[in-house]
Design a protein. Structure first.
Length: 308
């Protein structure tokens, strides 16, 4: 079921992750601006921190009393936005073994599966349909279409424009911004995956998705964020479409990610731009390689199982 207050829980977790012992916290408007939330949500975060004994809140003074523990965070499944819940359910459906071009997608069935209203699902599908992978039909039905090289190239071009801008903005974030601790956590996950790569290399697609979405949040541009949501749905699942050479492909991408992360942490604009361009060129190549080369292959395997 879609959970309530996911915005608050996600913002709370992001803010808690950046707290330092004995630090004095800024004002509510400053916290709201930092996290991209309302002042009322920022106040709710402070109230929860105070109730948990993490901070001392005395009028305008707010001081961190202790380092947060794992128990202080909301579980990950409670911080997924409704959009993310719909997205994942949708992708699991169209990337299943039974999915083929021409397959019908029913709004009501998808809404029941997720546990939300059909209007929210319909809004998601309308936004996704702009990319030409699904098409609206009468009676709340949609048709799954094919995936072509032309589509992939157009998608890659738009993604590259957005990410070069977002990466540059990320490098300009203030030192105390929660995104830096999020980036460090993702960096550790990359090293952990490298350590146990043979067993878990197929887990890379999810890590890849979260890494690039973190970068794009730094753009602070509502149009980029909105458009990139739909790009990410396609781009970050393509690793699962073609299983050939998946291990080698993911191993190279992890190395590129780590170079990219170090470039962001350096705050050097030229280094960030270079690392970003290198990885995006590689990602474009692997996306194109994942697409079947003839019509018969498209008909039988343009969408493959995400759960490999």
């Amino acid at each position: 079921m879609a959970r309530q207050n996911t915005l608050f829980k996600d913002a709370y977790n992001r803010y808690v992750a950046g707290l330092k012992l004995d630090a004095a916290l800024p004002t509510e408007p400053e916290i709201a601006a930092e996290l991209g939330i309302s002042r009322s949500t920022a106040r709710a975060i402070l109230l929860r921190l105070s109730d948990a004994g993490i901070i001392r809140w005395n009028k305008r003074q707010k001081t961190v009393l202790r380092q947060p523990t794992e128990a202080d965070f909301f579980p990950e499944e409670e911080t997924n936005s409704l959009h993310n819940i719909i997205e994942r359910s949708f992708m699991l459906r169209i990337l299943s073994d039974e999915a083929q071009p021409g397959m019908q997608i029913n709004e009501l069935e998808l809404a029941r599966e997720i546990g939300t209203g059909t209007s929210v699902v319909r809004e998601f599908l309308i936004r996704f349909s702009r990319f030409g992978l699904i098409e609206k039909r009468p009676n709340s039905h949609w048709i799954l279409k094919g995936f072509t090289s032309e589509f992939a190239l157009e998608l890659a071009e738009v993604r590259e424009m957005f990410e070069l801008h977002s990466a540059a903005e990320f490098g300009r974030l203030p030192a105390g911004h929660p995104a830096w601790s999020d980036l460090a956590a993702i960096q550790r996950e990359h090293y952990d995956l490298q350590d146990d790569f043979d067993e878990h290399f197929r887990d890379f697609s999810q890590l890849d998705e979260r890494f690039h979405l973190l970068i794009h949040r730094a753009s602070n541009n509502r149009f980029i964020a909105d458009f990139y949501d739909a790009i990410a749905i396609v781009f970050h699942y393509h690793y699962q479409w073609n299983k050939a050479f998946a291990r080698e492909r993911n191993a190279r991408a992890i190395i590129e990610h780590l170079d990219y992360i170090e470039a962001l942490q350096s705050r050097d604009p030229e280094r960030i731009d270079r690392a970003c361009r290198t990885h995006l060129a590689s990602a474009r190549q692997t996306l194109l390689q994942s697409i079947p080369q003839n019509a018969s292959e498209v008909a039988s395997s343009s969408i493959q199982n995400i759960r490999g």
